[in-house]
Design a protein around this ligand. Structure first.
Ligand code: ADP
Length: 482
């Protein structure tokens, strides 16, 4: 066993007050690493360090920000294979998916390196003669970044990079379940030349480290990605704190993929397999409701089932694997619980759902497909967050669209069609933040906004230049030069 990996507070690597063990879901005998767990006092120290570093960092030049972010990007991209392996080992997505996610993290840092140089303000005329008006953007202060386990490097990257780019200082709390990638990223950030305290890492639980961030008056803003129930608690805490904190929440999805009679069947099947089952279905943008019109329904179900039979479910690090394990026992229990709930409600478990034994003990589950699902069933309304999708038969496009929008969520939505008319109508009328035509609901670009509507998201969009809406505050300055 290697040394316990430490927290990074005020420019120093420090021990914690307990240990978080990181277990490989493909092989539960494999301990990926041990991480020092921060407590309340250490979290407060990290906040104090970030607060002390803010005045200077908020006035740093675009060149200083560019240099640090670009250095981070360069190292991440150079080490994508090694870091991708660590990610696949701790989270269970396949090695190509892990490497892809690491590359994405590097690209995000590179993008925000450039954004640091592009931030400009506006100068306007006053309605009063002789007065100048300037509109500029400034960093918020200390931002607390709370991230989930399912994208252990990309989500931290798309919060940390814009936070630093726009002059904020950071206290980063990765998910306790998979702290390895967040820790590796923090090591890279630690040697990027940022002044002490600008970036801090605190590994620990939501109830201790997370809660401290939420309650502390010196934290100006919280960016959170995770479950709806935690998101709600975060919103409450941010509103109740004095002063109130700015907050941004990315939460669940129950994303529809509409397949119309005129769809290219091969494309629709690939889009469904990718969106529903890749990354073990553990993406907030996963397609869990496959809404299929009557004329193609039977052919689609048959072709999808055949395609699913060819999916290799095994150790995330083996080559040729399409679907890795579920992340841990409690997520697996949840997936299995929903398989039962679906059947009890009258849906047919058409294929898959079995637990699988592989060479090493792990959380292996055959991707599952329900048919005969109605949109009122719990499996069509609640986020399962596993390799489980259900087919809902719709009469026609209009009914499919209505079903797609009949959900409390609104993150991503997709349609497979060869008709420009339906594609255009769907893009216009889908009540989701991101709409895909002949593409999986999951899988997005990093230079454009990411986020949803309704119960999926709250606050400003993440990623791309839109990220500045959250990570900056606007100042309007009036000058009478006389
Ligand atoms: P997931 O199951 O996707 O990890 P959670 O909402 O449980 O979703 O967790 C997302 C992140 O929120 C994790 O980093 C977790 O530790 C943190 N968290 C959980 N509970 C709280 C809380 N009460 N306050 C602050 N952060 C929390």
């Amino acid at each position: 066993m290697t040394a316990i990996l430490k927290n990074f507070i005020g420019g120093e690597w420090v021990d914690g007050s307990g240990i978080t063990r990181n277990i490989n879901p493909s092989n539960t005998n494999d301990v990926v690493g041990e991480y020092a767990r921060a407590d309340r006092a250490q979290t407060e120290k990290a906040i104090a360090a970030a607060k002390a570093a803010f005045p200077a960092w908020s006035r740093s030049t675009p060149q200083e920000r560019y240099d640090a972010l670009n250095k981070i990007a360069t190292e991440i991209l150079a080490r994508r294979e090694e870091l991708g392996k660590l990610l696949a080992r701790e989270e269970g997505k396949t090695l190509p998916e892990g490497i892809g996610e690491v590359a994405r993290a590097g690209q995000i840092f590179a993008f925000f390196a450039g954004e640091a140089l592009r931030l400009t303000g506006e100068k306007g005329s006053s309605v009063r003669p002789g007065i100048d008006v300037e509109i500029t953007r400034e960093g918020l202060g200390v931002v607390g970044l709370i991230t989930p386990w399912n994208f252990p490097i990309a989500i931290p990257a798309w919060k940390i990079a814009p936070a630093l780019c726009y002059g904020n200082t950071v206290v980063f709390k990765p998910a306790e379940l998979v702290p390895g990638s967040g820790h590796a990223l923090s090591e890279i950030i630690a040697r990027s030349g940022l002044p002490a305290g600008v970036f801090n890492l605190v590994v620990g639980s939501g109830s201790v480290v997370g809660q401290t961030l939420l309650e502390h008056p010196d934290v100006s803003a919280i960016s959170f990605t995770g479950s709806v129930s935690t998101g709600r608690k975060i919103a409450q805490a941010c509103v109740l704190s004095t002063p109130m904190k700015k907050f941004q929440l990315e939460m669940g999805g129950k994303n529809p993929l509409v397949v119309l009679d005129d769809a290219d069947l091969k494309v629709a099947v690939e889009v469904a397999v990718n969106g529903s089952y890749f990354s073990t279905g553990q993406r907030c943008t996963a397609s869990s409701r496959l809404i299929v019109t009557a004329g193609i329904h039977d052919r689609f179900v048959e072709a999808l089932t055949e395609r699913m039979k060819g999916l290799v479910v095994d150790d995330a690090l083996k080559s040729g694997v399409h679907v890795g394990p579920v992340v841990d026992q409690s997520q697996l229990d949840q997936d299995l619980r929903y398989l039962k709930i679906g059947q009890d409600e009258g849906a047919k478990l058409h294929w898959g759902g079995e637990l699988l034994n592989r060479e090493a003990p792990g959380f292996y589950m055959q991707p599952a497909l329900f048919t005969g699902v109605t949109n009122a069933m719990r499996i069509a309304r609640e986020e399962i967050f596993g390799p489980v999708a259900g087919v809902i038969k719709a009469r026609d496009y209009e009914e499919a669209l209505a079903i797609a929008n009949d959900t409390e969520f609104g993150l991503a939505a997709g349609v497979c069609t060869s008709s420009l008319k339906y594609a255009s109508h769907f893009k216009r009328n889908s009540e989701a933040g991101m709409v895909m035509v002949n593409l999986p609901t999951a899988g997005v670009d990093y230079h454009v906004p990411f986020g949803g509507r309704k119960g999926s998201s709250y606050g400003a969009r993440e990623q791309g230049a839109y990220a500045r809406e959250f990570y900056t505050t606007v100042k309007t300055a009036y000058t009478n030069p006389d």
